[in-house]
Design a protein around this ligand. Structure first.
Ligand code: SF4
Length: 58
């Protein structure tokens, strides 16, 4: 099973950030609807199991 760290929507939290924890990151995905485009960010860990939105990093 793939993990979030392999996903193109995973962004690691930098070590100097207030909310830094080892392995912690943000899942940032684009939402498109009739109002336009926006971004949804939620905290995830690099070893979290991937979800249905997973796209492998290139
Ligand atoms: S929660 Fe899903 S979309 Fe977000 S980083 Fe993990 S696998 Fe990717």
């Amino acid at each position: 099973m793939a993990e979030c760290k392999e996903c193109r929507f995973f962004f690691g939290v930098p070590e100097n950030a207030d909310d830094f924890k080892p392995g912690k990151g943000d899942c940032v995905t684009e939402i498109r609807n009739e109002k336009g485009k926006s971004w949804l960010s939620k905290p995830v860990f690099e070893d979290s199991e991937s979800c249905g939105t997973f796209v492998k990093k290139v």
